[in-house]
Design a protein around this ligand. Structure first.
Ligand SMILES: [Zn+2]
Length: 497
């Protein structure tokens, strides 16, 4: 994550990014129109929906009590389901009164060490339980479990959906949520078209980590033809319209860079905090995407126009989830692409981009004993080592194709093939799709060189070859440098799309 040309932008890793990933920030132009979100009235008749036999997938009906004290959940599971049930790590103590329906009667299932053995589920079953959501949020405070946000509670559905621990890939996990009167629910999990308040995920790995969800008094809006959903958490902003236009213009910039919305729907959860600045952000994916971001309640458009954090987070949605070992690619890409998105949209100057890179790219250089980006967890290599990987790749692609292709073409191809944060890809697939799009195997070579092992990089030589240096009163360009054509194409204000 990181920052461009803003002194106040931290270059520190907040270390707070949950499984999927991260960033925060701004807007460039004028406010544009927003459309009202679909209302979320309380729903009735869940019992009727559940009464039908369900043959495929896991189906849940969730009823939230006022202030989300308690979630009353009923679930049904098809024949062949595994017998051992649990919830996401940290949610176990808050699962209460688990019962299974056998022969028309409900009987209690005792839990043991955070697991519930429900033998009846081998032939298909219906269960019910309570989840003490508010207690979980008050006690945990971990965003991967549950956290209080004002009077709202943010908690991924994977925390409170009791499920078979072992499931084959591709099982449908569908849940319907009934909010308390005057309250609503929002989540990054994809909604089911035509079925109100219902969302669906597909299992991808044994560990199910779903995007953020939030319960409470929310104000919701749909922007940019539904590709961006916004939920404002309790609290107030001096100017709410400014918040919406900032989100919309940030999304437009990102969509322009990628040539399309990176994901069909992203949920932005905005939490008002004290002050007038943009705070930290984080992003979670898997069967959808949700960005959590803190914004000062007194934030003005001039401040938001300089923000980089939201763009950074949105860029995270444009890459499939890769393994923890490759987090440097997720963070490095967001760090590298964020200023490119903004400069191409005309939101910042070319000099600002080079100035930041010259000032900070050295954080990504390998130190003594480094064994490549795959083998580090430190902030410098993760954010700036990953960014350096992207910069060197971009330069090489442009150099070898005479500026015909760039890293952007690789990234666009990945997104075009459905490679966004809602799915998990192996890094080899990311590389293959990217390299095919640019016609040169640069990502493969770079990955072998910098990902798997340590590789020395001569940054001063790179800047000299590109023809850029920091002078006494700012950035100085040298058009006689050998790679000056690459430099000009690489950072080009107003170049999008
Ligand atoms: Zn990030």
């Amino acid at each position: 994550m990181n920052a461009i040309g803003i002194e106040s932008a931290p270059t520190v890793n907040t270390a707070s990014h949950p499984p999927a990933s991260v960033a925060t920030h701004p807007r460039d132009g004028q406010a544009s129109a927003t459309t009202p979100a679909t209302p979320t009235p309380p729903r009735a008749n869940n019992q009727a929906a559940l009464a039908k036999p369900l043959l495929v997938g896991w189906n849940y009906n969730v009823v939230a009590s006022p202030r989300s004290q308690i979630l009353d959940v009923e679930g049904s599971f098809p024949r062949g389901s595994a017998k051992t049930f649990s919830v996401g790590d940290g949610g176990e103590p808050y699962v209460q009164n688990v019962e299974v329906q056998v022969g028309g009667k409900w009987s209690r299932v005792p839990g043991q060490r955070g697991e519930w053995k429900i033998s009846a589920c081998a032939i298909g079953c219906r269960i019910r339980y309570r989840f003490e959501l508010r207690a979980a949020a008050e006690a945990s405070g971990e965003r991967s479990v549950a956290v209080l946000k004002g009077d709202a509670i943010q908690s991924p559905p994977s925390t409170w959906l009791l499920r078979p621990l072992h499931a084959p890939k591709g099982i449908s996990l569908r849940f319907q949520v009934e909010s308390a009167a005057g309250e609503s629910f929002a989540t990054g999990v994809y909604p089911v078209e035509g079925v109100p308040h219902t969302y669906e995920a597909l299992t991808q790995t044994a560990a199910i980590d779903l995007p953020y969800a939030v319960f409470g008094k929310l104000r919701q809006r749909s922007l940019l033809n539904g590709s961006v959903q916004v939920a404002l958490l309790p609290g107030s902003f001096r100017d709410e319209a400014v918040i919406y236009s900032w989100i919309e213009s940030s999304a437009k910039m990102v969509q322009a860079f990628y040539g399309r919305p990176p994901i069909s729907r992203m949920m932005i959860m905005v939490r008002p905090v004290r002050g007038n600045d943009v705070g930290s952000g984080s992003t979670m994916g898997m069967s959808g995407a949700a960005i959590d971001i803190a914004v000062g309640e007194r934030a003005m458009d001039t401040v938001l126009a300089r923000d980089w954090v939201l763009v950074h987070e949105m860029i995270h949605t444009a890459l499939p989830e890769v393994s923890r070992q490759h987090r440097w690619l997720e963070e490095g890409l967001a760090t590298y692409v964020e200023p490119l998105v903004r400069v191409q949209a005309g939101a910042i100057s070319e000099e600002a981009v080079w100035s930041e890179w010259i000032a900070k790219m050295h954080h990504g250089l390998p130190g003594p004993g480094d064994e490549g980006l795959n083998n580090t967890r430190a902030w410098g290599p993760t954010y700036w080592g990953g960014a350096l990987f992207c910069l060197l790749s971009d330069v090489a692609i442009r150099q070898r194709t005479n500026n015909r292709f760039s890293l952007r073409d690789a990234l666009r191809a990945i997104v075009k093939q459905g490679g966004n944060i809602s799915v998990i890809w192996d890094i080899d697939r990311v590389i293959e799709v990217g390299d095919r799009a640019t016609t040169v195997p640069v990502l493969r070579e770079m990955y072998e060189g910098m990902g798997k092992r340590s590789q020395a990089v001569d940054l001063p030589k790179l800047w000299a070859d590109l023809g850029v240096r920091k002078g006494r009163s700012g950035i100085v360009f040298d058009d006689s440098a050998p790679l000056s054509a690459v430099r000009r194409a690489l950072v080009q204000r107003g170049a999008a799309p």
